[in-house]
Design a protein around this ligand. Structure first.
Ligand code: ADP
Length: 254
């Protein structure tokens, strides 16, 4: 039986007096690729903060790898890439390899002491995202999409079992988005890394994902991608808050 990686049970959260999450129940198991989708302001980032243990829910239980999030200490099992990762300007004085190595937990900043093995791990992570040829380049010289791949390599360097990404395609040229998703597909299928990808997009990523969760304060649907695809656009529109029409292209093999 597949093991549970993320488990949220009846989670509630409010900012001051406004409830932004209610009755959130969701389970991600090993090897699954979840797209967590919802319009802007639907609570996606807040839920991710709760899953990462940054915010405490007002009510409910959150478990990571079967352990309560409050006592969870296996930080290296989770790689996280935030929405604003890829924003280095051209003057930033760090090479691609240095940025990736900084993802090794406990080895950040002035007191780092990287071994040859750390360097090899960083190069391996760069190979996975097909950015090894850029290892000596300055991070600021890269395009948004290339920087985002480097940040994924940084998240992968500790060999996580789960990768959480918040709107990772923001700042990536539209023409490069498909190849970016194809790389994520490989991470999931070939390397067995579970993925939780947060996005307001409703098409491309849901074709790649194995499972979909629709959030707008509460979870309106969660389950297998095939069941999401079988839902009427009208149901999706009601949940999303405005009319949507999904493109039903099958990008399974991208
Ligand atoms: P999403 O990631 O789906 O865009 P968020 O989780 O960022 O949604 O926000 C959910 C709701 O909570 C929004 O209405 C937002 O305005 C509100 N919100 C987010 N952060 C705060 C905060 N620090 N204080 C008060 N309200 C907030």
């Amino acid at each position: 039986m597949k093991k549970s990686i993320i488990e949220c049970k009846d989670v509630y959260f409010q900012y001051e007096h406004s409830t932004v999450l209610e009755e959130i129940t969701l389970e991600v198991k090993e090897g699954e690729f979840w797209a967590l989708i919802g319009p802007n302001g639907s609570g996606k980032s807040t839920l991710i903060s709760i899953i990462l243990g940054i915010k405490n829910p007002d009510k409910g239980i959150v478990k990571l790898f079967g352990e309560n999030v409050d006592s969870f200490r296996q930080r290296e099992r989770i790689g996280y890439v935030s929405q604003k990762s890829n924003s280095f300007n051209s003057g930033f004085p760090a090479t691609v390899l240095e940025v990736v190595k900084s993802g090794l937990t406990g080895k950040v900043g002035l007191f780092k002491a990287f071994s040859k093995q750390d360097e090899q791990r960083a190069m391996e992570a760069l190979r996975i995202v097909k950015m090894d040829a850029f290892s000596t380049k300055n991070i600021g010289e890269l395009s948004g999409g290339q920087q985002q791949r480097v940040f994924i390599a940084r998240a992968l360097v500790g060999k996580p079992d789960l990768l959480i990404m918040d709107e990772p395609t923001v700042g990536i040229d539209q023409k490069n988005v498909a190849s970016f998703y194809s790389m994520l597909n490989g991470l999931n299928r070939e390397h067995g890394i579970a993925i939780l990808l947060v996005t307001h997009e409703i098409d491309l990523v849901t074709d790649l994902a194995t499972h979909v969760a629709c959030l707008n304060r509460s979870i309106h649907f969660h389950g297998r991608k095939a069941d999401y695809k079988n839902m009427d656009d009208e149901d999706i529109s009601n949940w999303y808050g405005h009319p949507v029409r999904r493109v039903h292209a099958d990008r399974e093999g991208v």
